[in-house]
Design a protein around this ligand. Sequence first.
Ligand SMILES: C[S@@+](CC[C@H](N)C(=O)[O-])C[C@H]1O[C@@H](n2cnc3c(N)ncnc32)[C@H](O)[C@@H]1O
Length: 275
Amino acid sequence: MTWCWRRLIVSTQQDLWIERLQGGGLDRASWVLTERPDRSRAALAVYPKTRSVAVSLAKKYGGQVRLVKLNEWLKPNNAKPIVMGRRLRIVHETAPGKHDPALPQLHIPHGVAFGSGEHATTLMLLRALTRHEAWRETTVLDLGTGSGILALTARLFGARRIVATDIDPEAVRTARQNEALNFPGPLIGWRCSDVKKLRATSRQYDLVVANLFSGILCDAASSIAGCVSRGGQLWLSGVLRSQQAEVVVAYRRQKMKLVRVVSRGKWMMIQLAKK
Ligand SMILES: C[S@@+](CC[C@H](N)C(=O)[O-])C[C@H]1O[C@@H](n2cnc3c(N)ncnc32)[C@H](O)[C@@H]1O
């Protein structure tokens, strides 16, 4: 079980809300922002561990508090699938219907962990993953895995070895369940850990993906960059346009070379390579 605080917000104010939550020390809680096409309001849901945090959010900002049962993620959901041409399809409902075996597909139910694929920060990474080649030679580290969506996509495409981490045990649990939902057996190494506490280990990866707040990306730049193998790539998302320069400077200091920046609205994805 976990708690949920939810309210509607004006879509154009989402950055303000994210900053508010970060400022309020809620960067450890999972949050989900659901934008609805043609609607001026988006639904913001935060999943703190305790009722008292959810209640204090409601006192401060209005909105509703409710208890979420962990099996809620199994409930049917009618959200539209995410389709990236013939390269990837992500469905959310419990009974996804007929599946074209020639079209790579993942089933990621909407749940307590961030990462159903709709958010711009996830979409940019997903798109980049669908364009990556040579998966059989690629080892992957997914930092801040949420629902596991990026790690699972890497598995779907045949990555050689995958490790995925999240600070939130509920996210790790959900991600593991999502692996079981999509594949016959476990393969991904799921870890519950804080990127800020990553040790400079000897283990390095060909591709490191991290969809995290820019403050965390900057604070942990040295250890995150340390996980990338020589000639490997680092793809960072969760960065607002106004934060891009600061993030690039932090990683250039770690001898990472800027390869490409992709934007979607106010969100940026930064692709870097290790010299
Ligand atoms: C924006 S979500 C990204 C989820 C998914 N990877 C995606 O791209 O949709 C960020 C995730 O990072 C996790 N997170 C936040 N701070 C973290 C930290 N310091 N260390 C590890 N994970 C963290 C959150 O629990 C959340 O699941």
